[in-house]
Design a protein around this ligand. Sequence first.
Ligand code: HMG
Ligand code: MG
Length: 296
Amino acid sequence: ELPRFVEIIEVGPRDGLQNESKFVPTQVKAEFIDALWKAGFKEMEITSFVSPKWVPQMGDAAEVMRLSGNLTRSIVLTPNKRGIDNALSSGAKAVAVFIGVSSTFNLKNINKTTEDAVNDLLPHIQELKKSGIYVRACISTAFHCPYEGEVDPADTLALCKVLADAGVDELSVADTIGRATPAESFSLFSLLKRELPDILMAAHFHDTRKMALANIYASLCAGITRFDASAGGLGGCPFAPGASGNASTEDVVYMLHRMGIETGIDLDLLAEAISVVEPHVTRELTSWYYQSYKKE
Ligand code: HMG
Ligand code: MG
């Protein structure tokens, strides 16, 4: 049976913008986040405290936090101790750590193997939990790796389990390069829900092959009721060649509402939020819902 309510975690200001090579002014980011907030999002990934040498677009993380960090749950990504310290001193109450299943991906993304990354992360997670911080763990390359190919679901489950046992509040399980199909989504999320029934779990799809909506439907059928999505369908990881944008929030919300599933999001206000950022991004925003909104 399908749920009556689905939570959407808006990742546009973070995943959406991190792959934009032209710097989006900090003030525009703040206006975008504010407009998204007004559209009804209760949880948002707003920026990343990563190395500005690696991702220059996120170099204004502290300023974004100062301008927009006071929303109910503003989540910031952190790759290491330095990022965690900077996030906390900026007042972050919710932190996302991130790690891929595949070692080659981790070497390209965070310059560490999976094993080293896990060993580094676990004590940080414990510290964060002791300080009462909400911890989200993003699991990249849960289905496919751009360098190693297909990922064994047993490896994805094992990594999810280690993080769940470490006490994170939530897992966000990602199809980093948008290669999953509905059958794979149903199968992986059925496995994860069966083996880890007690942890809050979100699904994070990229839409490279236009399968994101179908994957979301398949994941709903497997019992997932939380989805990451990006306004305008912006997004992609700079260290995952071939990745394109996330599932576009407006199309996801449209689909869910038309299925009788509530999200708490106002679609018109969401479209307005997208129009705040559109002039500042290089990519054409092709989501069906946003295109038809602009024609009206
Ligand atoms: P490194 O070069 O191995 O580490 O990078 P380092 O310690 O030598 O640091 C390099 C420089 O960055 C140094 O500066 C550090 O001080 C500085 P220098 O001494 O040369 O002047 N530095 C920092 N500055 C600010 N904040 C920090 C920080 N750390 C170091 N936190 C590192 C290792 C992890 C730092 C780097 O690889 C990195 O920042 N990676 C982030 C990559 C990234 O942001 N990827 C995208 C997010 S993940 C994603 O999109 C996937 C997701 O959406 C799910 C999915 O779809 O799969 C979540
Ligand atoms: Mg992503």
